[in-house]
Design a protein around this ligand. Structure first.
Ligand code: EPZ
Length: 431
């Protein structure tokens, strides 16, 4: 298994180009199942999760062609690959356990398959390191659109013999994946659907814009109420994946935690207002410049409290990285996690760097230290892994982050991007 070795203590300075968002790309890819025409996605990140979704879609019958784009050649500042997905014929409506267990976002094929084929059989995603993460809200909402759902043998078997019918759905809790599944399902349902208490994450906007470009009729984008007028068919489109706001935030913290100065290109302040505002409050400088954001914390930082919330609140996907930052700030701070019930698994690993963190239920109290010291640590999930990388960059001496396969699911060329800003970081293959 690969590991990452870091010799910490170097203030990072330089430029990092932010890639396309994993969590936008995955639902956009699933949208191919809604049409027999080609869907071209530009600014696609190169990540293990993207390959997993490609494999899943191929076994449903999608053809996937990929091409590299020269840096700067993309539209809207896009620099990543482009991918064209064509699902002329759906050859299987089953998403098998073996693929779904690798990535929970596989459940995003449920809505589109049901809408187009009137049937889907999707393995129930199992447990997850950060929480139980049920999909009951997806299923209840699809039932409101007329689907009949049986859960048997570990599979969700959903059918809608006469097709889905528009309805009003009030989500009792904000769910990103649930909103995405329903948007795709309702796009091809008969009549009007209203989704209340819908997620407002920028990735939802990216998907809704893509569906509209494919001929859907969705309004209320960016608000908590999405209205969808169902259409009979959707057509092909060419759509850019938005910048990855969590990659943006992770590298912003890499600049701040090393008391350096980094320029994040191809991204924007608005995508991550909550985190940038918290960084400013803590004493960092965050400036929106043309085509990017410049972050520095040359004068140190003070502890401040944050609570994770659905967008536009502080993202749970930045909580672990924020904790690493607060572990190096002056004074005490508190982090309250409200989205996932088990998302403090990075705490025991961060304490190996000398971080002073106490967890009480859903809150963690962090008492900042002048200096962390490098240590061998173990990554437990994607964002926890990146918090350990950040702590390693700030710590004195050597850090070895083991089990980094989690990182490859969500960060492309991490060592290269950080290395270009002066980080002493290397991957040890098979380490
Ligand atoms: C998305 O997961 C992201 N994944 C997650 O990013 C992110 O942490 C999460 O949203 C919250 O922002 C993708 O976009 C692929 P939810 P998702 O449905 O859609 C509960 C990362 O690191 N819930 O918004 O699965 C659920 O248990 C990943 O990139 C139900 O109870 O999240 C959680 O407590 C990790 N029943 C809360 O709602 C349901 O049917 C929010 O989950 C659905 C969700």
């Amino acid at each position: 298994m690969d590991a990452i070795r870091i010799l910490g203590g170097v203030p990072l300075t330089g430029e990092i180009v932010i890639g396309g968002a994993k969590n936008a790309a995955l639902p956009l890819m699933a949208a191919t199942l809604l049409t027999d025409q080609p869907l071209t996605l530009i600014n696609m990140p190169e990540l293990v999760d993207i390959s997993t979704m490609s494999n899943l879609l191929r076994q449903h019958g999608a053809r996937i062609d990929q091409s590299a784009l020269a840096p700067g050649a993309g539209e809207a500042g896009a620099t990543g690959r482009s991918m064209t997905l064509t699902s002329e014929r759906i050859t299987s409506v089953t998403a098998p356990y073996d693929l779904v267990r690798r990535m929970r976002a596989s459940v995003l094929v449920l809505g589109p398959l049901l809408a187009r084929m009137h049937e889907a059989k999707v393995s129930l995603p199992g447990g997850c390191a950060i929480g139980t993460r049920p999909v009951d809200l997806h299923l209840k909402a699809l039932e409101a659109l007329g689907a009949k759902i049986d859960v048997k043998g570990g599979y969700i078997h959903a059918t809608a013999p006469g097709g889905l019918k528009g309805a009003k759905v009030v989500f009792p809790k904000v769910t990103v994946g649930g909103t995405e599944n329903l948007l795709m399902a309702a796009a091809l349902a008969a009549g009007d659907t209203v989704l209340e208490n819908a997620a407002r994450e920028p990735e939802i906007g990216n998907l809704a814009d893509c569906l509209n470009a494919m001929g859907a009729e969705i309004s209320g984008i960016g608000s908590g109420t999405l209205k969808i007028r169902g259409v009979k068919t959707l057509h092909g489109a060419r759509v850019a994946v938005i910048p990855d706001r969590i990659e943006t935030g992770t590298y912003a913290i890499a600049g701040a935690i090393t008391r350096g100065r980094v320029t994040l290109k191809g991204t924007s302040f608005d995508l991550l207002d909550s985190v940038f505002s918290a960084m400013r409050q803590a004493g960092a400088s965050v400036e929106q410049v043309e085509d990017g954001v410049v972050v520095s914390a040359e004068d140190g930082l003070n502890g401040i409290d944050v609570m994770t919330e659905p967008f536009p609140g502080f993202p749970t996907d930045m909580q672990a990285q924020w904790m690493a930052l607060m572990a190096t700030a002056n004074g005490a701070s508190m982090i309250t996690e409200t989205i996932f019930e088990n998302r403090f698994m990075h705490v025991p690993e961060l304490t190996r760097f000398g971080a002073d963190v106490n967890v009480h239920g859903a809150s963690a109290i962090i008492r900042g230290r002048k200096q962390l010291s490098g240590a061998p640590v173990m990554a437990t999930d994607l964002r926890a892994s990146s918090s350990l990388i950040l702590a390693g960059l700030a710590a004195e001496g050597e850090t070895l982050v083991n089990r980094i396969y989690h990182l490859d699911r969500g960060y492309e060329r991490l060592e290269e991007k950080l290395g270009a800003c002066g980080a002493r970081i290397e991957r040890i293959v098979g380490g």
